[in-house]
Design a protein around this ligand. Structure first.
Ligand code: ADP
Ligand code: MG
Length: 259
């Protein structure tokens, strides 16, 4: 098992936001986390990446407790693309991507040939060659999101954590990004854990889906089992019908009305 999460409890002050979350993720899987607003999805992702320390519970990567691992080692194992990024205004795409190499450098060490090769590789994989010297701020939302993904790739992680990577993108950029994530998952055997808002996209692009409700796991299973009318009603408070997408071989739903 690549990632093992045991009984996580996370609170902000008095408020308990994760109430005993446990899950396993195998290497090479894509797992999507879905759930209503405020159910604890971002908190779970931040705890997985060690940005938040739980009150109780542990996260293991390859049987190593991440809260006891050196920071740089954690950063070599996983990269996180947070939902809200502090965008430095005046850096180029190439500079942003180069930040991904820092976990691999020793104190005071500069980027070397190998690092520049990895940076170029990450830019190529995300098809950003022609944007390399452009300022980040001059890119469209979809291109910026690809640049952040390139920075994560330059980290050469085994695990990629993404928090709502398609929010604010139009539908074509949404699909482009998720197809790219899938391609990286397949070609690099990159393990992906991502929060997705769109249930149909989660069903299409994931091996397994984790449903969070009020800080607890409602269910964790394959898309065909997860996507049903009970989920829509009891978790998302909508009525809808489930169909099978024969082309992409996944279930999808069409909402009818709010419950
Ligand atoms: P989701 O990503 O599913 O929308 P979050 O994990 O962001 O949910 O938040 C879960 C709950 O924790 C929400 O009620 C939110 O208001 C609260 N919360 C999130 N971050 C903080 C914080 N830094 N301080 C206090 N409460 C927070
Ligand atoms: Mg969130």
């Amino acid at each position: 098992m690549l990632i093992r999460v045991e009984n996580l409890h996370v609170s902000y002050g008095q408020k308990e936001v994760l109430k005993g979350v446990s899950l396993n993720v195998e290497k090479g899987q894509i797992v999507s986390i879905i759930g209503p607003n405020g159910s604890g999805k971002s908190t779970l992702l931040k705890t997985l990446s060690r940005c938040i320390k739980p009150m109780k519970g542990q996260v293991y990567i390859e049987n190593q407790n991440i809260f006891k691992m050196p920071t740089k080692l954690v950063a070599k194992k996983m990269a996180i693309l947070p939902q809200i990024k502090n965008i430095p205004t005046d850096i180029t795409v190439g500079e942003l991507v180069s930040y991904g190499r820092y976990p691999h450098l020793k104190f005071g060490q500069r980027l070397e040939k190998k690092d520049y090769e990895t940076i170029d590789w990450a830019i190529e994989r995300t098809r950003l060659e022609k944007f390399k010297d452009r300022h980040l701020m001059t890119l469209s939302g979809g291109e910026q999101q690809r640049a952040w993904l390139a920075m994560s790739l330059a980290q050469e992680p085994e695990i990629l954590l993404l928090d709502e990577p398609t929010t604010f993108l139009d539908i074509s950029y949404q699909l482009e990004l998720l197809e790219l994530v899938k391609e990286l998952n397949e070609t690099l055997r990159l393990t992906v854990v991502m929060v997705l808002h769109d249930l149909n996209q989660a069903a299409r692009f994931s091996d397994n889906i984790l449903v969070l409700k009020d800080g607890q796991i409602w269910e964790y299973n394959s898309p065909n089992i997860i996507l049903n009318e009970r989920l829509l009603r009891d978790v998302f408070r909508v009525k809808g019908h489930i169909y099978q997408d024969e082309i992409n071989r996944c279930p999808y739903f069409i909402p009818c009305s709010a419950k």
